[in-house]
Each structure stands twice: as structure tokens, then as C-alpha cells.
Design a protein around this ligand. Structure first.
Ligand SMILES: [Zn+2]
Length: 308
């Protein structure tokens, strides 16, 4: 937190944002910024309000609804009387205020911490352009954010496009890894849908693991009974174990890839090849896709319909 009694001697101008032709001097921590009133007003509703409410002699943030309150004072006319911005660090301020001057503080892709900072600062200083920029960057790379936070952002900023990636990531997240804060961000309705889908997927996985697909024997098959027996045995010992292993969580595709490398006993080769092809093309492995899609569509519809 900035100390409003920092002696002038301890302050120093910012290397790039102390602009000689600027109209007002602002101080964040021990750094001075000389900026332009018209740019600040265009960039931030808070600054616009401040300059309207303040006088030439003493600018202040009275009546500004961002919580800065009356702690902000100073005319900003020179280095001796800067407009002091409290409760902000230069680490937060620099990447934010740089955007007012079109300066790319860092190159994209932006890290989540920077995007969070932009959103926090844009909320505090009411900057619609920074909010838009941050949300656009988040929507273009949603998988860099934790899923629970994506759900919170989707709700707060009414961004439907974040629901799908968030839910997909949540499906891959064990429930015990979601802490209280995550659950709060997700909301009870999303959490409930999540548990229902996870349960349905688990049940379906057990069904696939335990029920070998029905075999259609080739005319060349010498012993249908033995062929079926080996198929069912290898399915249970192969796919069954691969899908139900509590220590590894394989996708259907990966489990099937490993399954094909196993020994198939006395099965007729033609029967085996036909069976594997049917499994590969079948709907069993695709079951979760429409299930998840339907859930996401339902959640998305709820986004604006009711409180979560
Ligand atoms: Zn056969």
C-alpha cells in the first residue's frame, strides 16, 4: 500500500511513462507518472469522474464508486503535488496504464496472472477497453485458466464460450481436487451437473468393460464356441482391466490401442479382425460425447436464465 506521506525525495519518474508533455503527475508507490488528462479520461471512467468532480487546485476521488475514497488527493500539477493513487503497486499499475498509451507491456500470449490483473484494475478504474481486451485474450486461450475460474468468469461476464472448455476440463479433474473455493466459483448447479455426468460416464465405462461386444463369426471360423469364449475372456482381462484400472485413467482410444496388442488365444484371425473393426467403428466409445454436449448446452442455456 502506498504511503501518502512518502517524502518527495524518495520518488522517481517512471522510465517510459513520465511523459514530458503530460498534463498531470500521478504517483504509485514511489514512482511518478506524467500522463495526459484526456487520455486518462478516455481510458477510464473513474479518472473521467475524478477530473470532473475535482478542481484544478485539488483533484480528488470523492463520489467515485471504486472504493478509492478521499485518500486520493493532490493536484497533479507537478512532482511536488502528484495525484497519489493508493493501494496499488507498480506491478499492477504498469501493465494496466501502459494500455492507455497503446504500449504492449508484454507480448501475447498473455499469462493468466496478467489477465487477472487487467480485469481487477479495469474493474477498479472502470476501463471498458481493458475489460474487453482481457476477456478476448481469455476466450482465445481458455485452457490456460483453471476450470473453476473459467466458470466464475463465464458467469460474471456472461461469456457462454467459456462454459464448454471449462466443463471439459472439469470432467478431467477428480472431484477431490476441487477445493471449497473452486466449488464456490463453480456454483452448485454446475457442480451437480458435473457429478451426474461423471457418474453416468463411470457407469457406462463399467458396462463397456464388462460386456464384450457380440461376435459375428466368419464362415471360416472352425470353432464358434471356442472363438466366443476366447473373445469374451480376452475382452474382460484386456479391456476390462484397462478401463477399470483405478490407478490409470485411460481414454477409450488408448485402452483400445493397448487391447489390440494383446494375445487373442484360439480366436479365428478373421473373426478377431472383424470384431476389432466393429469395436473401433461402434458407438460404445462415443457414448460420452453426446452426453457431455447435451449437458454443456443445458448449462449454457441456464447461464442467463436463472441464478446458479
Ligand atoms: Zn469365430
Amino acid at each position: 500500500m502506498a504511503d501518502t506521506n512518502i517524502p518527495e525525495l524518495l520518488t522517481s519518474p517512471h522510465p517510459t511513462l513520465y511523459l514530458e508533455d503530460g498534463t498531470h503527475v500521478l504517483q504509485v508507490e514511489h514512482t511518478l507518472y506524467k500522463l495526459h488528462r484526456h487520455i486518462l479520461c478516455k481510458f477510464s471512467q473513474t479518472f473521467k469522474d475524478m477530473f470532473i468532480v475535482g478542481t484544478d487546485e485539488k483533484v480528488n476521488f470523492h463520489n467515485v464508486q471504486d472504493g478509492l475514497g478521499s485518500a486520493l488527493e493532490g493536484s497533479g500539477a507537478n512532482d511536488s503535488c502528484p495525484i497519489i493513487i493508493p493501494q496499488i503497486t507498480c506491478v499492477e499499475w504498469d501493465p494496466f496504464i501502459s494500455l492507455a498509451y497503446g504500449i504492449e507491456y508484454v507480448e501475447p500470449p498473455y499469462k493468466p496472472q496478467l489477465l487477472r490483473n487487467w480485469l481487477n484494475m479495469s474493474k477498479r478504474f472502470q476501463s471498458a477497453s481493458v475489460t474487453r481486451k482481457a476477456l478476448h485474450a481469455i476466450a482465445s486461450r481458455p485452457f490456460s485458466f483453471p476450470p473453476a475460474e473459467l466458470v466464475r468468469l463465464a458467469r460474471e461476464y456472461e461469456m457462454e464460450e467459456l462454459i464448454r472448455p471449462a466443463f471439459r476440463m472439469l470432467l478431467d479433474t477428480p472431484l477431490h481436487e476441487l477445493n471449497d473455493n473452486d466449488c464456490q466459483m463453480i456454483g452448485w448447479r454446475v457442480y451437480r451437473e458435473l457429478t451426474l455426468v461423471k457418474e453416468a460416464i463411470t457407469i457406462h465405462r463399467k458396462i463397456v468393460a464388462t460386456e464384450a461386444p457380440k461376435l459375428t463369426h466368419s464362415p471360416e471360423c472352425r470353432n464358434n464356441e471356442l472363438c466366443t469364449q476366447d473373445w469374451e475372456g480376452i475382452w474382460w482381462n484386456g479391456m476390462g482391466r484397462l478401463l477399470m484400472d483405478p490407478y490409470i485413467s485411460l481414454s477409450y482410444d488408448e485402452a483400445f490401442r493397448r487391447f489390440q496388442t494383446l494375445e487373442f488365444g484360439e480366436m479365428e484371425v478373421v473373426c478377431k479382425q472383424a470384431a476389432l473393426q466393429r469395436v473401433d467403428e461402434g458407438q460404445a466409445f462415443l457414448h460420452t460425447v453426446p452426453l457431455v454436449s447435451a449437458t454443456i448446452s443445458r448449462l449454457t442455456a441456464l447461464l442467463f436464465a436463472e441464478a446458479w
